[in-house]
Ligand binder design. Structure first.
Ligand code: A5P
Length: 231
């Protein structure tokens, strides 16, 4: 069965609409990054135009720009240290645990800080992202410092990560935080928590795109309906 781009878009939108229905007036809302999260920001903007009173904390400059354009009020961690609800996409969602791979969009560091500061995180995705076991479907993005990056890539290689420095038009891709991304190939990830700890222990690694125990709810858009999975 082939799924057209517009079908996939409809699945993402279905998940986004359902997630935004969870937002209540007075909330501080974490705003994710990527094409799916952008649909949630669109839905949220519609509700704000109808009188919903919220403030958003964006996970990227791109999302901040979208929110400003659509009239979603923004705040930051110096004004609000806690987020009530974050809605974000993912590259892989593991069915049993709701552990995630994130970062193909390059925003994993801010996304992880926002998710970790949230009372609740809802991950939204079309059903191509739902997997039984995190693994080789996509690379695992790892944010690394530009300084000494060849050393850090070699250390990633030592733990079997098969890293590739992400590039954009010839030069290394640079994150909002001014760092680089190593896209790491892994086979099936048996113990996401252990792998996350191994990656975090490498000097030069800023953060990995493994999100372990951060998502509380997954809303998966299928062709005909949405599926809600609680952790
Ligand atoms: C951004 O850094 C990523 O973590 C995104 O959440 C992820 O790439 C999903 O993006 P799409 O919704 O565009 O697939």
């Amino acid at each position: 069965v082939t799924v057209s781009g517009s079908d996939r878009e409809a699945m993402k939108r279905r998940a986004a609409i359902r997630a935004v229905a969870e937002v209540e007036s007075g909330m501080v809302v974490g705003l994710g990054t990527g094409t799916t999260a952008a649909l949630a920001v669109e839905c949220l903007a519609e509700r704000v135009a109808q009188g919903l009173k919220i403030r958003g904390i964006p996970t990227s400059e791109a999302t901040a720009a979208q929110a400003r354009r659509l009239g979603v009020p923004l705040t930051d961690f110096s004004a609000h240290a806690r987020i009530d609800l974050t809605i974000d996409g993912a590259d892989q969602v593991e069915r049993g645990t709701l552990n995630l791979v994130k970062g193909l969009g390059g925003a994993l560091l801010r996304e992880k800080i926002v998710a970790s500061a949230s009372a609740r995180m809802i991950v939204i995705a079309d059903d191509s992202k739902l997997v039984d076991r995190l693994g080789a479907q996509t690379p695992l993005p790892v944010e690394i410092t530009p300084f000494g990056y060849p050393v850090t890539l070699a250390r990633l290689e030592e733990i079997g990560a098969a890293p590739r420095l992400r590039r954009a038009g010839g030069a290394p891709f640079t994150t909002d935080g001014g760092n680089y991304i190593a896209d790491c190939a892994f086979a099936a990830v048996a113990d996401a928590g252990a792998l996350e700890a191994r990656l975090a222990a490498i000097i030069g690694v800023v953060e990995s795109g493994l999100f372990v125990g951060l998502a509380d709810t997954a809303i998966i858009g299928h062709a005909e309906q949405e599926e809600i999975i609680e952790r």
